[in-house]
Ligand binder design. Structure first.
Ligand SMILES: [Zn+2]
Length: 82
């Protein structure tokens, strides 16, 4: 989700694909491949954050397990401030 005029980018990261600290798991089949794959996802997330920051964007990331109502409060506050 993006608020282009306010330059606020919102991501909702899946607990598995983005390795949430609470729910991250690594499949046992093809374990090495998954470890690398999930690490690459995290690296890509950080690179995306850096590039957006460099371009003057505010980046908000939420985990899929987070309360959506609380997330909306944060988004609303940040969009009003931006
Ligand atoms: Zn999670």
């Amino acid at each position: 989700m993006v608020f282009t005029r306010r330059r606020v980018a919102v991501f909702v990261d899946g607990c598995f694909w983005h390795s949430c600290p609470t729910h991250a798991t690594t499949p046992t089949a093809n374990r090495d491949w998954w470890v690398e794959k999930l690490q690459r996802n995290q690296q890509r997330d950080r690179q995306t954050d850096e590039r957006l920051h460099e371009l003057g964007w505010t980046v908000l990331r939420f985990w899929e397990h987070e309360d959506p109502v609380a997330a909306v409060d944060v988004i609303e506050r940040m969009v009003r401030q931006a």
